[in-house]
Design a protein around this ligand. Structure first.
Ligand code: GPP
Ligand code: MG
Length: 306
C-alpha cells in the first residue's frame, strides 16, 4: 500500500473507533501524527482506547509504537507545532531518559478530539529496570522516590517504561508483573489503602487479580499517588472491571465491534480499572494492530484459571 493510502486506512479505523466511543475525531489533530509516522504504520502496534463514563463519552486515545531510532514523540510534537515548549519538568522527562538509558521503544498518544497528549519511553524488553534508577532523572516527580519503599513492598519497583501526559502534567510508571499467578485480594486492597486510593469493589478485585500490568500515576504537585491502574489483557469481551451501567454496555459494544486489522484472530483487548482517592473508572483499549509480544501475553494471561 502507498504511504498516503496507509494514512487513510488507519485514519478510517480511528474514525470508526471514535464514533463507537461517542466522540469526534479531529482530522487536523490526528492526521499530522499519522502522516509524520506513515512509514511505520504497517508495522506499528496501534491501540484505540476509550474511557467508559457514566454520563458522556470519556474520549478516545490513539496510541502507536515508534521505534527507538525514529525521532521521539515529544520532539516530533514540538517540531510539528502540536505542543508548545514548556519550562515545566514534564517537558524534560523524555530527554532525561534518553540521556541516561538505552531506549527500547517510544510510543505516541493522541486524544483524537483534542490532539497530541502523551509520549512513552520504554526500556529494551530484555532490560526491565529497577525503579531506583529513575530517581536520578532530574525531571522525575519527587513522589517517585518518596513512595519508593511502598512501591517496593508491593512489587512495583521494576518498571518497563514511563509515559508523560503533557496536558495533565502526569507521569505513569509501567510495572509489568513478572508472573501470571493471580494477585491476592488482600494484596490489592491493602495496597490501595496504603496508597490512599479508593478501595475496589468485589467485581473490581476479581478483575484486578488477573492484571498483567499495574501502573501508578504521579504528578509534580505532591508526593501523593494520583491514581493506579490495573490492566488485564484478554480476547474475552466479558472480562469487565464493573457490572454498572452504562459503562458495562459501552465497553461491551466497543469490545465486540472496535476495528482491528489482524483478520482471522480474536481482537486483543486491554481493560483498565483506575482508582484515584475519590473515584474509580474504566478504560478499554482495543488493539488495531498487534505484534507477537501481545499474542504471547494474551496466550499467557487468557488461560489463567478462574
Ligand atoms: C496505558 O496508559 C496505555 C498504554 C500503555 C498504551 C500504549 C500502547 C502503545 C501502542 C504505545 P493509559 O492510557 O491507561 O494511562 P493514562 O490514562 O494514565 O494516561
Ligand atoms: Mg490512554
Amino acid at each position: 500500500m502507498s504511504k498516503a493510502t496507509e494514512v487513510d486506512r488507519v485514519y478510517a479505523a480511528v474514525e470508526k473507533a471514535a464514533a463507537l466511543a461517542g466522540t469526534v475525531c479531529a482530522g487536523d489533530k490526528v492526521r499530522p501524527v499519522l502522516t509524520g509516522h506513515q512509514d511505520l504504520l504497517d508495522e506499528a502496534v496501534i491501540v484505540f482506547s476509550m474511557t467508559a463514563s457514566g454520563s458522556h463519552s470519556g474520549g478516545l486515545d490513539l496510541s502507536m509504537t515508534v521505534p527507538a531510532d525514529h525521532v521521539d514523540p515529544y520532539s516530533f510534537a514540538l517540531s510539528e507545532g502540536l505542543i508548545e515548549p514548556t519550562d515545566h519538568p514534564v517537558g524534560s522527562v523524555i530527554s532525561d531518559f534518553q540521556e541516561r538509558f538505552p531506549v527500547g521503544m517510544y510510543g505516541i498518544d493522541v486524544d483524537v478530539a483534542g490532539g497530541f497528549k502523551k509520549a512513552y519511553a520504554a526500556f529494551p524488553s530484555n532490560d526491565v529496570h529497577d525503579l531506583e534508577k529513575l530517581f536520578d532523572l532530574p525531571s522525575m516527580p519527587r513522589a517517585a522516590a518518596e513512595n519508593a519503599e511502598l512501591f517496593a513492598r508491593y512489587g512495583l519497583d521494576r518498571v518497563t517504561g514511563v509515559s508523560v501526559d503533557y496536558k495533565r502534567h502526569e507521569l505513569n510508571l509501567y510495572c509489568d508483573r513478572a508472573t501470571t499467578a493471580p494477585l491476592e485480594s488482600d494484596y490489592i486492597q491493602s495496597m490501595l489503602r496504603e496508597m490512599g486510593l479508593k478501595e475496589a469493589g468485589e467485581q473490581g478485585v476479581e478483575f484486578a487479580k488477573k492484571s498483567f500490568a499495574i501502573y501508578p500515576t504521579l504528578n509534580w504537585d505532591s508526593s501523593k499517588i494520583v491514581r493506579i491502574c490495573f490492566a488485564v489483557i484478554t480476547t474475552d469481551p466479558e472480562t469487565t472491571p464493573t457490572k454498572s451501567e452504562p459503562e458495562l454496555g459501552q465497553m461491551a459494544q466497543y469490545a465486540n465491534t472496535a476495528p482491528y486489522a489482524y483478520v482471522g484472530e480474536r481482537r486483543a483487548l486491554v481493560y483498565g480499572l483506575a482508582l484515584s482517592p475519590e473515584k474509580e473508572y474504566y478504560k478499554l483499549g482495543a488493539y488495531y494492530q498487534i505484534s507477537d509480544y501481545q499474542r504471547k501475553l494474551v496466550k499467557a494471561f487468557d488461560n489463567l484459571p478462574e
